[in-house]
Each structure stands twice: as structure tokens, then as C-alpha cells.
Design a protein around this ligand. Sequence first.
Ligand code: HEC
Ligand code: HEC
Ligand code: HEC
Ligand code: HEC
Ligand code: HEC
Ligand code: HEC
Ligand code: HEC
Ligand code: HEC
Ligand code: HEC
Ligand code: HEC
Length: 304
Amino acid sequence: MGKGLRVWLWISILVGGLFSAAPLVAGDDYLGRGADGCLMCHQDYTAILRSPHGDGAHPHSPFAEGQHSCESCHGPSASHLGRLDDGSRPLTGIPFGKDHPIEAQNAICLTCHEQDAGHHWHGSLHNFAEVRCADCHQVHKAQDPVMSRTGQMGVCLDCHQQQRSDMHRPSNHPMRSGQMVCTDCHTPHGGAGPAELPRLSVNESCYDCHAEKRGPFLWEHAPVAEDCTSCHRPHGSNHRDLLTARTPQLCQQCHLAQFHPSSFESGAGLPPHGGSSNMVGRDCMNCHTQVHGSNHPSGAGLTR
Ligand code: HEC
Ligand code: HEC
Ligand code: HEC
Ligand code: HEC
Ligand code: HEC
Ligand code: HEC
Ligand code: HEC
Ligand code: HEC
Ligand code: HEC
Ligand code: HEC
């Protein structure tokens, strides 16, 4: 903006201010002077012009012909340039921040992004918990961190501390190395399944990458077909293979009465002096190697 234009703008604002000093917060008018009308005071907010939102050639960009520039998101804000009787500055039309109505903040984004947020957004836990679009998205950065695989985890883990500690357990999905990110399993705008998973069930979501566990098997292991999380913790575990408990205790949670020793085995002593071979090495897995299911004609015991 040239210096002459800047001076002219200042004059017009000061003059305009005389006429618009009344508190116009509700039903405010658009300032309608393009980005420069705001940037003359908010010089630090130009990065958005280098972001996807700043692409004025995109017909729906806030900065495109016929849109309201900064006020496409901030709402009609003419009175924001004046003062109230107490000398304070009226807020912009749609004030952002946790202290202001969150539904209105998200609604302004949804006027352009209803399709992108998808039809699960309105039923999502993030929506119910009043998480704002702006809690995950930083529109005033040239590059929104949550949109890149390297930046996303930091955003999610800021709020999800339990998952932060889980993924640091010795057995984990490779998220710490950046090989995997939260959205490989979750849809942040809401999903069809439980816990914002993209598929209707936990298992369907796991099969996306672990297809070999889907079967069908001649000899199924009931809990596997039902829910992988009856034995696995998806974010991380202190036990090998993301298991919820170590074997054989894991197996013994469901299997006590069986044809070999049915008593709960504590691990006291080692065979042959009192202990059981079921407790040694890979314990139950020494024999029941096909714990996810077997296609062997005589694999009923999941041993082959
Ligand atoms: C795509 C929507 C969008 C557009 C366009 C936009 N903003 Fe923002 N702006 C936001 C959001 C959302 C926040 C709140 C960020 C937060 O709460 O973390 C914000 C925050 C701000 C703030 C800081 C408010 C505070 O509390 O510190 C200023 C100042 C601001 N915007 C100015 C501008 C200016 C100037 C323009 C035009 C160049 C502009 N904005 C265009 C969405 C937008
Ligand atoms: C004449 C200078 C001036 C102009 C022009 C101006 N602002 Fe501000 N704006 C301020 C000041 C000063 C504050 C800080 C207010 C405070 O701390 O009381 C502010 C605060 C804000 C805030 C945070 C509080 C709120 O109201 O939500 C946003 C967002 C904002 N301005 C956006 C805009 C937008 C959008 C425009 C253009 C329509 C604009 N400003 C034009 C001076 C200006
Ligand atoms: C006036 C319409 C409009 C409004 C209002 C709007 N956006 Fe956008 N937004 C766009 C357009 C256009 C794009 C670029 C889309 C494209 O390139 O396909 C975009 C892109 C985005 C992207 C993708 C950015 C990227 O890095 O790829 C995100 C995230 C986004 N907007 C979030 C928001 C949020 C959050 C708000 C509310 C604070 C908001 N938008 C308000 C029009 C809008
Ligand atoms: C919990 C964090 C989170 C919240 C809340 C959130 N988003 Fe997103 N959004 C993301 C992530 C992560 C992506 C990256 C795409 C992906 O991997 O699914 C994204 C992508 C987008 C995109 C790019 C287009 C696309 O679908 O990939 C737009 C536009 C967008 N979000 C708009 C919104 C709007 C509007 C809201 C509020 C109604 C919102 N987002 C709320 C995390 C969030
Ligand atoms: C390998 C897939 C996978 C990845 C990667 C993943 N999750 Fe999950 N997440 C799940 C599954 C499956 C559930 C449902 C757990 C259940 O029902 O016991 C879940 C549940 C959750 C829950 C609900 C609370 C809970 O623990 O049951 C939150 C919150 C969550 N995930 C956040 C995250 C975050 C944040 C990230 C990234 C750091 C992430 N998840 C990465 C699969 C994953
Ligand atoms: C501003 C804080 C915040 C951010 C950032 C955030 N979340 Fe959440 N998330 C929540 C809240 C609050 C809930 C509601 C349920 C709860 O309290 O755990 C939730 C719920 C979830 C759930 C469903 C939990 C369940 O119990 O079924 C998943 C999955 C999830 N978030 C994943 C993500 C992912 C992935 C990201 C990053 C793209 C993310 N969240 C970013 C606050 C946040
Ligand atoms: C987006 C792909 C993806 C999805 C979805 C996925 N996983 Fe994984 N899983 C991986 C990758 C990658 C590894 C690491 C493989 C390696 O290191 O060789 C892995 C490893 C594992 C391991 C072995 C961990 C170890 O300590 O070696 C288990 C168990 C596992 N996944 C279970 C699950 C379960 C249960 C689900 C569903 C909740 C699931 N996975 C969903 C990609 C995925
Ligand atoms: C009844 C408990 C149980 C259930 C349910 C279960 N698993 Fe496992 N899983 C195990 C055990 C035990 C191991 C360790 C296997 C070993 O030591 O040979 C394992 C290992 C794995 C591994 C890593 C080694 C390998 O075989 O690739 C993956 C991946 C895996 N499970 C995925 C899944 C998926 C996906 C589901 C749901 C379809 C599932 N598991 C359900 C008990 C279970
Ligand atoms: C969540 C409960 C649960 C867990 C944990 C579990 N199982 Fe099972 N298992 C079942 C059910 C239910 C059946 C089917 C029983 C039936 O049909 O009578 C079954 C069947 C079996 C069978 C075949 C039994 C037969 O009747 O032929 C074997 C072998 C087996 N499980 C071994 C294991 C091993 C080894 C582990 C530990 C890695 C384990 N199970 C963990 C619930 C569980
Ligand atoms: C030394 C090998 C071995 C070990 C170790 C072992 N099993 Fe078995 N188990 C067998 C054999 C062999 C069968 C009979 C399989 C068949 O019918 O084909 C069997 C059968 C079973 C059955 C089905 C019983 C029935 O009534 O049909 C279950 C359940 C079972 N084992 C669970 C376990 C659990 C839990 C552990 C660990 C605590 C374990 N097994 C350790 C060899 C072993």
C-alpha cells in the first residue's frame, strides 16, 4: 500500500469513525475496504495472504472478488474501527477465542467448508465437546501445521495427553518415528465408527493395514473376529505386540477351565520343579501359535 493511500485511509477512517462511533456490535456493517482496511493496524497478520485462503483466484477464497476479505471470517466489523462510550473498541462481528460463542465461530468456517468437514462433523465428539475448528487449524500461518504429517501430532497431543504417554510405551505403532500419524486411524472431523474411526468397527479399521488378520478362517478365534482391542491397545503398551496384558495372564482372563491344567498359573517356580511349561518362553504361544485363527484342517486348537 502506497504512503499516499495509507494517509488517505487514515483520514477516511477517522472521519468514518465520527459517524460510526455508535455500538454496532449486533447487526454491524461490513467495513468493506479489503484486507488493507484491517492490515493498516494489524500489520502482523499478512501470512494468511500466502496461505491457501489467500489465493484470490480461487472463486471461494475469502479474498476473491465478491467476498468480504478479512471480514469473510471475522464478520461485519465496521464499528470495530470506532470506540464505545467507555472508550473501548467494539469487537469484530465474530469474535474468536474460547470465551466467545463457539458455535458461531465454527459456523462461519462451515459456510465455506460444510462439505470438507463432512457429514460426520455435527455428530462428532469434537463438536459436542465444543472443540473449535481454530483449535486444530491455524489459518493465520502460511502453512497450517495440522495439515502436514510432521505438524499434526503436536496439535493432537496438546490435548490428548493419555495418547502421548501411551505412544511412548515400549511396544507401539510407529508414531514416534513419524511413520504413522493419528489420522492414519482416526478421522478428526468425525468418523463412522466408535472413537472417530473411519470404518464402522474397530476391526474394519485395523484390517485396512493388517488384512491378513481378517480371515475368513476355518477355525476362528472368537475374540479376534469380535474386537482386536480385547487383546491389543492401539496406541501403545508395556507388553510386547501391543498386548493389553502379558501372556499367559491375557489368555487366562478368558480360559481357565480347559483340558490341560485349568488352575491359574502364577509363574512361581520353573519346570520341572513345580512350575508349568505354560509359563516359560512364549508360554501359551509355544503351542497355540495361530492365535488369530487357523486354516489348517486340524487347527481347531489354534496350534497350527
Ligand atoms: C479464514 C478465516 C479468517 C480470515 C480470512 C482472517 N482471519 Fe483473522 N482470525 C481467524 C481466526 C479463526 C482467528 C482466531 C485464532 C485463534 O483463536 O486461535 C483469527 C484471529 C485474528 C486476530 C487476533 C485476534 C486475537 O484475539 O489476538 C487478528 C488481529 C486477525 N485475526 C486479523 C485478521 C486480518 C487483518 C485478516 C485479513 C488480512 C484476517 N484476520 C483474516 C480467521 C480468519
Ligand atoms: C484503527 C486500527 C484498527 C483497524 C483498522 C482494525 N483493527 Fe482490529 N484491533 C485493533 C486494536 C487496537 C485491537 C486490540 C483491541 C483491544 O485490545 O482492545 C484490535 C483487535 C482485533 C481483534 C481481536 C479482538 C476481536 O475483536 O475479536 C480482531 C480479530 C481484529 N482486531 C480484527 C480486525 C479486522 C478483521 C479488521 C478489519 C475489518 C480490523 N481488526 C481493523 C485496531 C484495529
Ligand atoms: C469465504 C470462504 C471461506 C471461509 C469463511 C473459510 N474458508 Fe477455509 N478455505 C477456503 C478456500 C477457498 C480454501 C482453499 C481450498 C482449496 O484450495 O481447495 C480453504 C482452505 C482451507 C483449509 C485447507 C488449507 C490447506 O492448508 O490446504 C483449511 C484447513 C481451512 N480452509 C480451514 C478454515 C477454517 C478453520 C475456517 C474458519 C476459521 C475457514 N477455513 C473459513 C474458503 C473459506
Ligand atoms: C481435531 C482437530 C480438527 C478439528 C477440530 C477440525 N479439523 Fe479440519 N482437519 C484436521 C486435520 C488433521 C486435517 C487434515 C486432513 C486429514 O488428514 O483428515 C483437516 C483438514 C481440513 C480441511 C482440508 C480439506 C480436507 O478435508 O482435507 C478443511 C477445509 C478443514 N479441515 C476444515 C475444518 C473445519 C471447517 C472445521 C470446524 C468445523 C475443522 N476443520 C475442524 C483436523 C481438524
Ligand atoms: C493404529 C490405529 C490408531 C492410531 C495410529 C491412533 N489411534 Fe486413537 N484409537 C484407535 C482405536 C482402535 C481406538 C478405540 C480404542 C478402544 O475402543 O478401546 C482409539 C481411541 C482413541 C481415543 C479415545 C480414548 C481411548 O483411548 O479409547 C482417543 C482420544 C484417541 N484414540 C486419540 C488418538 C490420537 C491423538 C492419536 C495420535 C497420537 C491416535 N489416537 C492414534 C486407533 C488408533
Ligand atoms: C483443543 C483440544 C483438542 C485437540 C487439539 C484435539 N482434540 Fe481430540 N478431543 C478433544 C475433546 C475435548 C474430545 C472429547 C472427548 C474427550 O474428552 O476425550 C476429543 C475426542 C477425540 C476422539 C474420540 C475420543 C473418544 O472417546 O471416542 C478422538 C479419536 C480424537 N479426539 C482424536 C484427535 C485427533 C486425531 C486430533 C488431532 C488431529 C485431536 N483429537 C485434536 C480435544 C481435542
Ligand atoms: C495405517 C496402517 C495401520 C492401521 C490402520 C493399523 N496398524 Fe497395526 N501396525 C501398522 C504398522 C506400520 C506396524 C508396524 C509394523 C512393523 O514394525 O513391522 C503395525 C504393528 C502392529 C502390531 C505389532 C506391534 C509390535 O509391537 O510389533 C500390532 C499388534 C498391531 N499393529 C495391531 C493393530 C490393531 C489392533 C489395529 C486396529 C486398532 C491396527 N494395528 C491398525 C500399521 C497399521
Ligand atoms: C485373543 C487375543 C488377541 C486378539 C483378539 C487379537 N490378537 Fe493380535 N496378537 C495376539 C497375540 C498373543 C500376539 C502375539 C503373537 C505371537 O507371539 O506370535 C498378537 C500379535 C499381533 C500382531 C503382530 C504379529 C503378527 O502376527 O503380525 C498383529 C499385527 C496383530 N496381532 C493384529 C491383530 C488384529 C488386527 C486383531 C483384530 C483383527 C488382533 N490382532 C486380535 C493376540 C490377539
Ligand atoms: C476375550 C476373551 C479371550 C481371550 C483374551 C482369549 N481367548 Fe481364546 N477363546 C475365547 C473364546 C470365546 C473362544 C471360543 C470358545 C468356544 O468356542 O468354546 C476361544 C477359543 C480358543 C481356543 C480354541 C478352543 C477350542 O475350543 O478349540 C484356543 C486354543 C484359545 N482360545 C487360545 C487362546 C490363547 C492362547 C489366548 C491368549 C493369547 C486366548 N485364547 C485369549 C476367548 C478368549
Ligand atoms: C505344550 C503345548 C501347550 C501349551 C503350552 C498350551 N496349550 Fe492349550 N492346548 C494344547 C493342545 C495340544 C490342545 C488340544 C488342541 C486340539 O484339540 O487340537 C490344547 C487345547 C487348548 C484349549 C482348548 C481346550 C478344549 O477344551 O478344547 C484352550 C482354550 C487352550 N489350550 C488354552 C491354552 C492356554 C490359555 C494356554 C496358556 C496358559 C495354553 N493353552 C498352553 C497345547 C498347549
